[in-house]
Design a protein around this ligand. Sequence first.
Ligand code: ADP
Ligand code: MG
Length: 596
Amino acid sequence: NTQAETFEFQVEARQLLQLMIHSIYSNKDVFLRELISNASDALDKLRLEALRGTELRADTSDLHIEIEVDKEHRTLTVRDNGIGMTHDEVVGLIGTIAKSGTAEFLRELKESKDAAASQDLIGQFGVGFYSGFMVADQVTLVTRHATETRGTRWESTGEGTYTIEELDEAPQGTSVILRLKPEDTEDSLFDYTSPWKIKEIVKRYSDFITWPIRMAAESTNADADADATTDAEAEAEAEADKSQDEAGEKAGEKAGDEPRLETLNSMKALWARSRDEVSDDEYHEFYKHISHDWNNPLETIRMQAEGTFEYQALLFIPSQAPLDLFMRERKRGVQLYVKRVFIMDDCEELMPEYLRFVKGVVDAQDLSLNVSRETLQQDRQIQLMRRRLVKKVLSTVKDMMSDNAEGYATFWKEFGRAVKEGLLDDFENRDAILEISSFASTHDPERPTTLRQYLDRMKDGQQHIYYMTGESRSIIESSPHMEAFREKGYEVLLLTDPIDEMWVGSVPEFDGKQFQSIAKGQVDLDTEEEKKEGEAEREQRKKDFAELLSWMTTTLSEQVKEVRLSSRLTTSPACVVGDTHDVTPQLENMFRAMGQ
Ligand code: ADP
Ligand code: MG
């Protein structure tokens, strides 16, 4: 073995660690869920490599997670025989925080003064591996990547530095050893050396993990306990057998003379169980496992398709937008499984970009275990599946509008800006997207309106859905363009998101009513009768002002195309209007910002 070298944590990693050490997060138990979640991911990855035929120095016959409690030395070990990490991965993944949005998260955290808000933020960000420091004053990680012979040992007290040592030998996979904080000894609530406590946490947060989570059985009643749980494992293994066989794997026999191990979880894939068998809590914990979010989801969506192309889907709408929702490298959140076997994260073939915040699992029965992104793109069944998933998500939101108005309001506040992107490229679902959209309007300064509600309030004789785009509500409201509409009592949508500029130009109508900007072209608010009445008067005014108008047109020829009398102003003397097809000032700014 080489000498241990000392490294400094990257700045952001150090700040996160400090947060965890002085843990302001009240529910410390979740550290175990996080470590198990990582172990489970590592086992998924190893199985996938084996399926792909990668040459491995690893035994994949008995993939599992093991928890070991040492009461005497007050350590807790979580061990997996999964993919492991290379030396560089340890440095890159553990010593550095590669997660996007970290800087922003830390900045917001600094700004948030009250504890509840801070907890919320941490929950939303989800601090994975580092959460071990909530309960431990030293964390040691020993790992060997499945393609390598040498291992790596990482250790830290979380105080600014960590050490790394190369090992000539190390068992396959990863062990995380926590030296539990002494101050938690007294409090039975935080006694993580109690097997009872560990069992409770695993059952509660990680029951659905599809790999066995084992722990040495207690000496008292060991027989009875071990028998009961071995049954659970046998049952779950039988269920998974079909796919395991196809994966070219066999469930290995466990050695009989080692200390008797108990399997703590039921290992049943949650999406394959019927709805009435699964509690909301279980769905929520599963959501946290796949999303790395620590908060409950806003909505759970289940789908089951039988027939020629069989699949199950379990999707979630989070309750908060991630900090990186609008960053370019942002990934999509749906995982693809084939016959219970994890195939890929971030499966963009299953969810369009505007629904990138949707998390979940899709398990297809009839795909090959060797599918690649390339084959997925061409697969007609996948395209069909995606269409159904999208429609289901949109219809779920529509149902929320009537069944859970508060939930819908949250949804729209968090994700509306992303959803509206769909108006630009998802022609098939354009109406469904408009149907679930809300907009600020002159009707109610507090609450946004749906287009349906807008249509219901339209005045007699009103032809269009009127809107104006601009930087903010107050800017739009003080615009001279608003005057005539206020006078008439016509409602105007106030569109302030940059994306609004893009879609209003390309979406012609909603339910037969056209969108009409109040700042563009000739807006004619008069009815036929009013027009006839005013005709003579207007002709006279045109004559009266003809000279002034032509003088202004010549004088301002550099600045404007034409000067004309307005019917839309009531108190302001003049205003500038765009041509119907002109680019608005906001859009001009946006194009400039994009370098076009
Ligand atoms: P996340 O799971 O959200 O990516 P974590 O902080 O929990 O963040 O883990 C960071 C990374 O470290 C993981 O993405 C993974 O690549 C690696 N890692 C953590 N634990 C393990 C493990 N037991 N086996 C292999 N890799 C691991
Ligand atoms: Mg993790």
